[in-house]
Write a protein that binds this ligand. Sequence first.
Ligand SMILES: [Zn+2]
Ligand SMILES: [Zn+2]
Length: 340
Amino acid sequence: MPRMRAVQIPSAKAPFQMVEREVSEPAAGAVRIKVQACGICHSDEYAKEGSRPGITYPRVPGHEIAGVIDAVGPCVLGSEIGQRVGVGWYGGHCGYCDSCRRGDFVTCSKGRQITGLTCDGGYTEFMLISAAALAPIPDALSATDAAPLLCAGITTFNALRNSGARPGDTVAILGLGGLGHLGVQFAAKMGFETIAIARGKDKESFAKKLGAKHYLDSESQNIASELEKLDGARVILSTVTSAKAVNAVLGGMGINGKTILVGNPDQPLEITGRLLIAGRRSISGWPSGSPIDSHDTLKFCALTGIRPMTEVFPLERAPEAYERMLSGKARFRVVLNTGL
Ligand SMILES: [Zn+2]
Ligand SMILES: [Zn+2]
């Protein structure tokens, strides 16, 4: 039996372990992927800390996977050995719950698989995954560039394109980290009047290089009133985890304005009914997407030249790479490379 290296979490809150495992054959409906790159997402913390129900251990985390199909199991149509493919948060669905029967596989309630949480993910050299979870990677994108697009990318892209904002509308992106630096690029390329909001004056030129028309510094400016001066935002895409930072922008929603959370705030939000009612404003959330949404994200990036900024670590330095992600200092997405 050929063997492979994998980085696993032996139990909740335990340190990562580099282990050798057998490379196994894909079951019916599944493929084996030779992993080339895997991004490290803040949500990998769920597996590391065991802070979400339904995780069994040991678990290989990682849901921003780019690689090549290496073996195809029985009963798989449309996947071939040698195809470049990506896998994101979506790892499979049951096919029979009400959501699945409506074609809304991302909210599957009975047999939902989440890559790197309910099944093993991409901190490894080879992995098995349902063929339904695959998104083809366009030639223009390297594995390292494609990987972060499969969670940070699809989440911001899909939230924005389904937000109801139309070309020319004012769209603000709160936060300029792993998700935010992609959100600004997407918003600009989708034709929105793009406002980047982050901490510190020093990020302004970078935000404008990414395509932002305006930059607001949340350390020195009152964001809500600055947004009001720009007639209010049609959409505010919040990529941050600080509830305080989110609360500070809510008053900047314009008429029919919508705040969409893709980052999970660390506290309940403070919002008055009057703000929502008077201008038909709303707050909602957006959860990633399905593999065809990943495919659309990758194609849009190939088409428009959008790329994530990455810091690359070899697989064996996964613990250090994970700490780098947690520190919030990475510019902007940490990606593991297997060298395969
Ligand atoms: Zn993620
Ligand atoms: Zn289902």
